[in-house]
Design a protein around this ligand. Structure first.
Ligand code: ISE
Length: 325
C-alpha cells in the first residue's frame, strides 16, 4: 500500500501499557514518515496519557476501523492478538503485532492464511534490529567464526512482570531466543530438551538441535534480581563472537569497577524497537517487504516451537520438534 512521499503514515497503537505506551511515544515524534493517529486501551485514561493529541478509543476494533488509521500496531495482551490482527487484515491495513503473533498455533495459522502472501503482517521480534545481534550475524555470515557449533543464550529479567503466568516464560520470554537464534543461524529446529530449575518455574533451561548441526542452548530466568540481562555467544570451528556487557559505561571508583544493568527490556532494547518501528513504517509507505522484519510465518514458526517446548516441559522433557508447514 504505497503512501505518497508527501504524506505521513497514520499509525494506530492498540494497548497503552508498557509496550504500547513506548510505541505510542515513538510514533508521536521519533519515527520519520509517521504520525500517531490513535491510541486505544480499555482504560481510556491510560490511553489519554500517551495519546499526545491523537484520537483515543477504548476498543481496539474501533481503532482499526478509524479512517485516520492507515497502519496498526498491536500491543494488547497476547490473547487479543488474533482477533485484532484478523480485523486489520479484513480491512487490508498493515499490522505490526508484538510477539507472540497469537496465543495458539491454530490462531497463527489463521493469520498466515488470511495474510495470504500479501505481507501485511509483521511480528514484533525487534531483536533482529539490535546492533549486537546484527554484528554477530555479520561475523558468522562473513565466515569469521567458521561453521557454527553452539549458540549460548542467557535471558534474565530482574523480576517477573506481575501479569506473567507459568508457560509465558516460554511463550512470551524464551520466544525471543527462539526467533533470534533461528534468524542468526539461518536454521530450523529439529529436536529439543527442556527443564525447569528449582521449584518456582522461573528458571528454564532448553537445548535445541538444528538442521545445520549447531546446538542452541537457552537459559531464561525471570527473577534474576540483579537486573535485566540478555547475553549471547556463538562458538564456531574457527572462532567465537559474543555480546559485550550491555552497560554504556563502566564506573571505576573506590577500588572497584561497576557496570549498571537496565531494569527491563526497554532499557536494553530501546534502539531496537525504534529501528524496527522505523523499518516497518518505511516498508508500509513504500508498499514493499523489509527482509529484516519478521513475518506472520516467522510468528507461526516461533509459536509452534514454543507450544511444543511447553508440551515437553510439562511432559517428557525432550523430543523431536515438528515445525515444518
Ligand atoms: C517481555 O514480555 C518481553 O517481551 C521482553 O522482550 C522479554 O525480554 C521479557 O522477558 C518479557 O517478559
Amino acid at each position: 500500500m504505497p503512501i505518497s512521499s508527501g504524506n505521513t503514515l497514520g499509525v494506530g497503537v492498540i494497548g497503552a501499557g508498557v509496550m504500547g505506551g513506548y510505541h505510542a511515544r515513538l510514533f508521536a515524534g521519533r519515527i520519520g514518515g509517521a504520525r500517531l493517529a490513535a491510541v486505544s486501551d480499555p482504560d481510556r485514561a491510560r490511553a489519554e496519557t500517551v495519546a499526545a493529541g491523537a484520537r483515543v478509543h477504548s476498543d481496539g476494533m474501533a481503532l482499526i476501523r478509524d479512517d485516520a488509521v492507515a497502519a496498526v500496531l498491536v500491543a494488547a495482551p497476547d490473547a487479543a492478538h488474533h482477533g485484532l490482527v484478523m480485523e486489520a487484515l479484513r480491512l487490508g491495513k498493515p499490522v505490526l503485532c508484538e510477539k507472540p503473533l497469537a496465543a495458539t498455533v491454530a490462531e497463527c495459522r489463521e493469520i498466515v492464511a488470511a495474510d495470504a502472501g500479501r505481507g501485511l503482517v509483521c511480528t514484533g521480534f525487534m531483536r533482529r534490529f539490535d546492533e549486537t545481534y546484527r554484528e554477530m550475524k555479520a561475523a558468522l555470515d562473513a565466515g569469521r567464526v567458521g561453521a557454527p557449533m553452539v549458540l549460548h543464550c542467557v535471558h534474565r529479567n530482574q523480576i517477573a512482570p506481575g501479569w506473567f503466568t507459568g508457560p509465558m516464560i516460554v511463550t512470551n520470554a524464551m520466544v525471543h531466543e527462539i526467533d533470534i537464534c533461528r534468524w542468526l543461524l539461518g536454521a530450523e529446529y529439529t529436536a529439543a530438551r527442556i527443564r525447569a530449575v528449582g521449584d518456582r518455574g522461573d528458571l528454564i533451561l532448553a537445548e535445541l538441535e538444528t538442521d545445520i548441526g549447531a546446538v542452541v542452548r537457552i537459559e531464561v530466568f525471570m527473577n534474576a534480581a540483579y537486573g535485566y540481562h540478555v547475553h549471547a555467544e556463538l562458538v564456531g570451528r574457527a572462532g567465537a563472537v559474543a555480546m559485550a556487557e550491555p552497560a554504556p559505561v563502566r564506573l571505576r571508583a573506590a577500588g572497584a569497577a561497576q557496570a549498571a544493568y537496565p531494569a527491563d527490556w526497554i532499557g536494553r532494547f530501546a534502539d531496537s524497537y525504534r529501528a524496527q518501528d522505523q523499518a516497518w513504517v518505511a516498508a508500509c509507505r513504500a508498499g514493499r517487504a523489509d527482509p529484516d522484519l519478521a513475518t506472520a510465518q516467522d510468528g507461526l514458526v516461533a509459536t509452534r516451537c514454543c507450544a511444543q517446548l511447553v508440551g515437553l516441559l510439562e511432559g517428557a522433557g525432550s523430543g523431536a520438534l515438528a515445525l515444518g508447514g
